[in-house]
Write a protein that binds this ligand. Structure first.
Ligand code: MOS
Length: 730
């Protein structure tokens, strides 16, 4: 196979043949099975747990209802130097912080016995009032900049946004609502945990092996070097698997007590209640413009849900301040404490909804000023970062817009709302939106080894969640050395080989590839071969007189020092960007969407989408195209399908299953045409790659809603748009 072949994906064969092994596929002998019994109230204290019936189920080994703090210490909160997606640890006290929280852990010889026993556990509670919505009684609103006094969480302000808005001839004022949502990856939250002597071995699909390794070591009071955390390919993460989950500590305790490996797979409903989710948020956006559509001012104020126990930060204005060259901007981010598990990152966590808010307002400016929505966006592009005044390392959003408009045939659009109809009478709407996503980087370590047979193996900081990082790494190595990608052995996300940091924030490939690139330079130096061009690896290793040549190299983000590497060696967060010392980095996209709304039923279909992304150099064309299409589908789901339903009387989530939580399915998806600017960004790293995983969906929901406006003349401000919302305005 030609190494340069762009349509090859190294894990494709294993995936389609079912040979790929996920975390809990690694079943050791003598496996025991665990299941949780969960709280049936939303807040209060558990008075007593009755395990009598559960203990009688044949095959039950142990039922754990309480673990001493001595045995299971604190994991901390990932956003404040800890390891957990939340600081709260069930089973170590009597507090019930949210519905669905574990109150007992059953371990049995079979899955059936564990499940049956868990269902037989009952409890008595002392209930307390709770709030699960932004406006619920008892929800507590905090100004984030005061509650979390960190540079990252400060409110952005440049120029005088209030004065400029007040003086603007055209004013748009919109309040938009983003619902809570769940990631629902195919692979459930699950682990196999076993003790090999004093060493704890964990097999779990995770985006952050380092946090699990160090976090569980801290909880158990053991040396992190005695925790082996192996995260084989992950069956989808999307932010939900990005730190230590609170089931792992209790599972390790249980495995020690029963002296056997233990496997736990949370049920889908339990995942909705025990793992992080996208919090509800409400946005007021005011945008001022002159009569030609030049954007003069923007004010973006946010209320975002968090939990009682932790402050999950709201970082929306980082992107809303940079979508355009607006020199008067003010942000205000508030957090609302509610009685839920701590929310967290979900693919394009802030950018998706912040962009929906901004791009709804900007679209209104286009209609109010009689400007074409594409032309207005091009005219307001930024030539440098309006927040810091620094240059962008690269910014090709205008090219995304121009190329997308051409591919979509935007010139044929008639501007008036309700002016386009299909032959069957459907209202047709064409909408556009842009997106931006911060370009972050983490420290990474790569180990390259070539043996006497010429086989190359690579271990690197990074997790494969299906996004294509393995193909990108294999292609870089193969292309550099002149071998075939399939000949490159990959070892990702293995804490035994290299330190592991969170793979998220769209920094995975932009973090791993520069380290691999540095290792390739070092390998060539040690082999004594030129710095470029194909290498006769067998010959070079033979000439070295060594059985194999192994090199190790690391890479830091621009402006990072050795302390960042120390942080990742301890399993804590250490990302740089999007503002670096000399420049600011974002990835960009432009999405063009056609909607058709059926005249009688109000059914909204999306027959075609054109998306063009600027992610720097495209490291792997086939997986990049797949990422971009996947992001578009994710955005269509966000616009038209996905919402975690909350009933303030009961708490928890009502539609906690695949049947109840509709995601976009094949029948919802039609033509998605994707393209890339593919301009390397040499300032962000020597490979020239920026992020892609999340920019792929940023702006999609906005483009859908803008298209629905064009079709109906009605602007929807709540996601998702349902048929019953559209029927009255047909
Ligand atoms: Mo992603 S939501 O940064 O895992």
């Amino acid at each position: 196979m030609n190494p340069a072949r762009a349509d090859h994906r190294v894990d494709a064969r294993a995936k389609v043949t079912g040979a790929l092994r996920y975390g809990v596929d690694r079943a050791p002998d003598d496996l025991a099975y665990a299941a949780f019994a969960v709280a049936t109230i939303n807040r209060g204290r558990v008075l007593d747990v009755d395990t009598t019936a559960a203990q009688r189920v044949p095959g039950v080994q142990v039922v754990i209802t309480r673990i001493d703090r001595d045995e299971l210490g604190s994991q901390g909160f990932v956003m404040s130097g800890g390891y957990g997606f939340q600081s709260f640890q069930p089973l170590v006290g009597d507090q019930i912080a949210y519905r669905g929280q574990p109150i007992a852990l059953v371990v049995a010889d079979t899955l059936v016995a564990a499940t049956e026993a868990a269902e037989l556990v009952t409890a008595r509670y002392a209930e307390e009032p709770f709030a699960v919505t932004l406006d619920g009684p008892g929800a507590e609103t905090l100004v984030q900049a005061q509650a979390i006094p960190l540079p990252m969480t400060e409110d952005l302000a440049v120029g005088d946004a209030d004065r400029a808005f007040a003086a603007a001839p055209v004013q748009v004022d919109v309040e938009i609502h983003g619902p809570p949502q769940h990631q629902v990856p195919m692979e459930l939250i699950s682990s196999v945990v076993r003790w090999r002597g004093d060493t704890l071995v964990i097999h779990e699909g995770s985006q952050n092996s380092g946090a699990i390794q160090h976090g569980v070591a801290q909880q158990l009071g053991i040396d992190p070097a005695t925790v082996e955390m192996i995260s084989p390919p992950v069956g989808g993460g999307f932010g939900q698997k990005n730190s230590l989950q609170p089931h792992i500590g209790p599972l390790a305790v249980a495995a020690r007590r029963v002296g056997r490996p233990v496997k736990l797979v949370l049920t889908r409903t339990q995942v909705f209640h025990q793992a992080s989710f996208r919090p509800a948020s409400r946005h007021r956006v005011r945008v001022g413009a002159d009569s030609s559509g030049r954007l003069l001012a923007a004010i973006h104020e946010i209320d975002q849900q968090t939990s009682r126990q932790d402050l999950f930060p709201a970082l929306y204005t980082e992107v809303s301040s940079r979508l355009y060259g607006i020199t008067n901007f003010r942000g205000l981010q508030r957090l609302v404490r509610t009685d839920v598990q701590t929310p967290g990152y979900m693919r394009a966590p802030f950018e998706h909804i912040a962009t929906f808010a901004m791009e709804s307002a900007v679209d209104q400016v286009a209609y109010a000023t009689g400007q074409d929505p594409v032309a207005l966006r091009l005219a307001n592009d930024a030539d440098r970062d309006p927040v810091t005044g620094l240059p962008f390392s690269s910014r090709h959003v205008a090219e995304c817009l121009r190329r997308g408009a051409k591919r979509f045939g935007w010139a044929d659009r008639t501007p008036q709302p309700r002016s386009m109809r299909a032959a069957d009478g459907s209202l047709v709407g064409w909408g556009v939106a842009i997106g931006a996503y911060p370009g972050s980087t983490c420290p990474a370590v790569a180990v390259l080894c070539v043996d006497g047979s010429g086989t190359v193996s690579v271990a690197v900081t990074g997790h494969e969640m299906g996004q294509g990082i393995s193909t990108a790494v294999a292609r870089l190595v193969a292309g550099d050395l002149g071998v075939e990608p399939d000949a490159v052995r990959l070892d990702l996300a293995d804490s035994r080989r290299t330190p592991q940091v969170l793979t998220a924030g769209s920094w995975g490939t932009a973090t791993a590839l520069p380290a691999v690139h540095a290792a390739l330079r070092e390998l060539r130096r040690q082999l004594g071969v030129p710095d470029t061009g194909p290498v006769d690896l067998r010959g070079a290793v033979a000439a070295s007189g060594r059985p194999e040549v192994e090199v190790r190299a690391s890479n830091l983000g621009a402006g990072q020092d050795a302390s960042a590497m120390d942080r990742i060696r301890n399993g804590t967060l250490a990302f740089a960007g999007p503002a670096y010392p000399d420049f600011v980095t974002f990835s960009y996209a432009a999405h063009f969407v056609e909607v058709r709304i059926a005249p009688l039923t109000g059914q909204i279909r999306v027959p075609r989408v054109v998306s063009v992304a600027d992610c720097g150099r495209v490291a792997s064309p086939v997986t990049a195209a797949s990422q971009l299409r996947g992001g578009v589908i994710w955005g269509i789901g966000a616009a038209l399908r996905e919402q975690s339903e909350v009933d303030p009387r009961y708490g928890g989530f009502l539609n906690a299953s695949y049947e109840g939580y509709p995601i976009a399915v094949n029948a919802d998806i039609h033509q998605i045409d994707v393209d890339f600017v593919d301009e390397p960004d040499p300032r962000i790293n020597p490979v020239g790659v920026k992020g892609l995983g999340e920019i792929s969906m940023v702006g999609v929901a906005a483009a859908v809603v803008n298209a629905v406006y064009h079709a109906t003349g009605t602007r929807f401000t709540r996601l998702p748009i349902h048929i019953e919302d559209v029927l009255p305005v047909l």
